[in-house]
Design a protein around this ligand. Structure first.
Ligand code: GTP
Ligand code: MG
Length: 138
């Protein structure tokens, strides 16, 4: 069965939305196989966001993502990668469809980084890489 890495980002944790995000994942029928609350350091996040190396928002993104705890979750189920991306909605919360996590729960605060509550791996290769990074014992 397929696995994906989900992060409830610092904005989601700070706003008390961990339970709501996990509720939606479980209600959809996926299984939680690992769950940890932790504050990530810049090294971990630079690796996590390696695909964004060189982009102007990478520095602010790492700063934001290390500003407080995130809930790191490994989610399992047939087509869970695609399924969670669908639950999360579009990257920009202003236009993310209502009914999605970002569409229902996030908005643009006019800050340097798009604060959009959740991260989800975008491919099987990313999922394997990210799960190994966040949960080396899995
Ligand atoms: P993740 O699931 O978090 O990876 O989101 P995503 O796959 O929808 O977006 P992407 O991987 O392209 O970007 C990672 C994160 O960087 C986003 O979730 C945003 O928080 C932030 N981000 C992406 N694009 C921009 C941008 O153009 N400007 C700014 N300020 N932030 C961005
Ligand atoms: Mg991404």
């Amino acid at each position: 069965r397929q696995r994906t890495l989900v992060l409830v980002k610092p904005d989601g944790v700070a706003r008390g939305l961990v339970g709501e995000v996990l509720r939606r994942i479980e209600a959809k029928g996926y299984t939680l196989v690992a769950l940890e609350l932790r504050t990530a350091d810049a090294d971990l996040l630079a690796e996590h966001y390696a695909e964004h190396a060189g982009k102007p928002f990478l520095g602010p993104l790492i700063e934001f993502m290390s500003s407080g705890p995130v809930a790191a979750v490994v989610v399992e189920g047939h087509r869970a990668i695609e399924g969670f991306r669908s639950l999360a909605g579009a990257t920009d919360p202003t236009t993310a469809a209502p009914g999605t996590i970002r569409g229902d729960l996030a908005r643009d605060w006019g800050r340097k980084v798009i604060e959009n509550i959740v991260h989800g791996s975008d491919s099987p290769e990313s999922a394997a890489r990210e799960i190994a990074l966040w949960f080396p014992s899995l």
